[in-house]
Design a protein around this ligand. Structure first.
Ligand code: DOR
Length: 429
C-alpha cells in the first residue's frame, strides 16, 4: 500500500489536544501514525514537507445546498465538490431542497451513485422530513435511512405541523439520526426579507423578527425533550435562541446547534448597501446577536460552524432586495474568512474554529472515522498555509455561482493540499 508522509508540519487536532510540530503517515486510505515528532522519510513512498503550514483534519460541512437535481445552473454535485475541496471540506452534507426534493429512496440512491463517480469529498445526503417538503405527510423515513440518508430536514422551511415533527423526532429517538431544523415560524415573518429592527423599519423592508426563530426553537426543544429524539438547530441567528438551547441542554435534551460564517461576520448594518448579496435566511441581525453568537462559539454552546452554502445566479442576486433569493456562498471561504476576521484579530482561537469545523460536525453526524487525526481513521487531511493570501475573484472560485460579499476581497489563509481517504485530490490535476 502507498505510504505518504507529511512531516515538519504544525499538527492541529483539537479533538485530541494535538497542537504542535509533528508528522503524519498515511497508508492507503487510512491514517497509519500521527505523532508530535519527526518520522523517518525512508518509511514513505511520497514525502510532503509541511514546513510553515498547519495540517488539519478534513473539514466537515453539515449544511450545503448543492442544487442537484433541478438547480444545475447554480451548482452541481461536481462543481459543489470542487468548491468544497477548494475550501478544505472533505465531507459535505447536501440539503434536500432540490427540484424535485430528495424525498424518495430511488432519487437518493441515484444521487449517491453520481457521487461515487466523482473524485472528491464524501458528499452525504440529508433527506426530507415531509413528502415534497410540503409539510403535510411524513416521508418514508426508514426507507430513506436505508438508502443512505444521514439526517432529515425540510431545510429552507420549518416543519410547522407539530404532529409531523413529533413523528420524525420519535423515529430519531429510535434510530439515532439527527433532525436538522430550520427553526423559523413563517407565521411570524410572512413576506419578511431582513432582520426586523430599526434598520429594516427605516428602510421600509418587511422584517423577520427574532421571535420567528425563538418560537420555533422552543417548540422543537419541547418535542425533543418529550420524544428523546436528537435535535440539531441550523443557522442560529438570534441572541435569545442561545439561552433556550443552553437551558434545554442543561436539562438533558439532546440538542446541538450550528452557526454560519456569515452570521459571525456581518450584521444588518449591510442593509445600508442595498446589495442583495447579503440577503440570507435567517437574516443577518444586530451587533448584540453577532456578539452572542461569537461568544457561544468560543464557549462551545454553538458546537459547529456550518456554511449554509447557498448558490444563486448573479442575475437573481443583482435584482432588487425585495425579490432576490436568500443565500450566500460559503464552502470556499469559510475557513479563510474566519481565520482572517476572527482568529487573526484574536476574537476566536484557531483550535476552537477547527474543532467546530471538524470533530464537532463529525460527532453530530455520528461519523466515527473522521474529524480527528487518529491512526485507523480515514486519511482526510488539509494542509493550510496561514501566512499566504488569496483574492476572492470570480476566476478563483470553483462554485458555479458568485454570490459572496467577499468577492473582490483578499483573505489570509490558503488551502494548499487536500487528501480524501489518502488520495491527494486538491490542487486539481
Ligand atoms: O439563505 C438561505 N438560502 N436560507 C435557506 O434557508 C435556504 C437557502 C437556499 O436554499 O438558497
Amino acid at each position: 500500500m502507498k505510504r505518504t508522509l507529511i512531516r515538519q508540519v504544525h499538527l492541529l487536532d483539537p479533538a485530541q489536544g494535538l497542537d504542535g510540530p509533528g508528522s503524519v503517515l498515511i497508508e492507503g486510505t487510512r491514517l497509519h501514525s500521527v505523532a508530535l515528532e519527526d518520522m523517518d522519510p525512508a518509511e514513505a513512498d511520497v514525502v510532503v514537507d509541511g514546513e510553515g503550514k498547519y495540517l488539519l483534519p478534513g473539514l466537515v460541512d453539515l449544511h450545503a445546498h448543492l442544487r442537484e437535481p433541478g438547480g444545475e445552473v447554480k451548482e452541481t454535485l461536481d462543481s459543489g465538490a470542487k468548491a468544497a475541496l477548494h475550501g478544505g471540506f472533505t465531507t459535505v452534507v447536501a440539503m434536500p431542497n432540490t427540484d424535485p426534493p430528495v424525498d424518495r429512496p430511488e432519487l437518493l440512491r441515484a444521487l449517491r451513485a453520481r457521487v461515487r463517480m466523482l473524485k472528491g469529498p464524501d458528499i452525504l445526503f440529508a433527506a426530507c422530513i415531509s413528502q415534497g417538503r410540503s409539510g403535510k405527510a411524513l416521508s418514508e423515513i426508514l426507507l430513506l435511512r436505508d438508502a443512505g440518508a444521514v439526517a432529515f430536514t425540510d431545510d429552507g422551511d420549518w416543519v410547522r405541523d407539530g404532529h409531523l415533527f413529533y413523528q420524525v423526532m420519535t423515529y430519531s429517538a429510535a434510530f439515532g439520526f439527527p433532525v436538522l431544523s430550520h427553526a423559523q415560524d413563517p407565521s411570524l415573518y410572512r413576506e419578511g426579507v431582513a432582520h426586523e429592527g430599526p434598520r429594516s423599519r427605516k428602510l421600509g423592508l418587511p422584517g423577520i423578527p427574532r421571535s420567528s426563530e425563538t418560537v420555533a426553537v422552543f417548540r422543537d426543544l419541547e418535542i425533543a425533550r418529550e420524544t428523546g429524539g436528537y435535535l440539531h438547530i441550523q443557522h442560529v441567528s438570534a441572541a435569545e435562541t442561545l439561552s433556550l438551547i443552553q437551558d434545554a441542554r442543561a436539562q438533558g435534551v439532546r440538542v446541538t446547534a450550528e452557526v454560519t460564517p456569515h452570521h459571525l461576520l456581518w450584521t444588518d448594518e449591510v442593509l445600508e448597501t442595498f446589495d442583495p448579496v447579503y440577503k440570507v435566511n435567517p437574516p443577518l441581525r444586530e451587533e448584540r446577536d453577532r456578539e452572542t453568537l461569537r461568544q457561544a462559539l468560543r464557549e462551545g454552546h454553538l458546537e459547529a460552524v456550518a456554511t449554509d452554502h447557498a448558490p444563486h445566479t448573479t442575475f437573481e442576486k443583482t435584482t432588487d432586495w425585495l425579490v432576490a433569493p436568500f443565500g450566500i456562498l460559503g464552502l470556499e471561504t469559510a475557513l479563510s474568512s474566519l481565520w482572517t476576521y476572527l482568529v487573526k484579530p484574536g476574537l476566536l482561537s484557531f483550535s476552537r474554529l477547527v474543532e467546530a469545523l471538524t470533530s464537532a460536525p463529525a460527532r453530530i453526524l455520528g461519523l466515527k472515522d473522521r474529524g480527528t487525526l487518529r491512526p485507523g481513521y480515514r486519511a482526510d487531511l488539509v494542509l493550510f498555509d496561514p501566512e499566504a493570501q488569496w483574492e476572492v475573484l470570480p476566476e478563483n472560485l470553483y462554485s458555479r455561482s458568485r454570490n459572496t460579499p467577499l468577492l473582490g476581497t483578499t483573505l489570509s489563509g490558503v488551502i494548499r493540499r487536500v487528501w480524501v481517504a489518502g488520495e491527494e485530490v486538491f490542487p486539481f490535476p
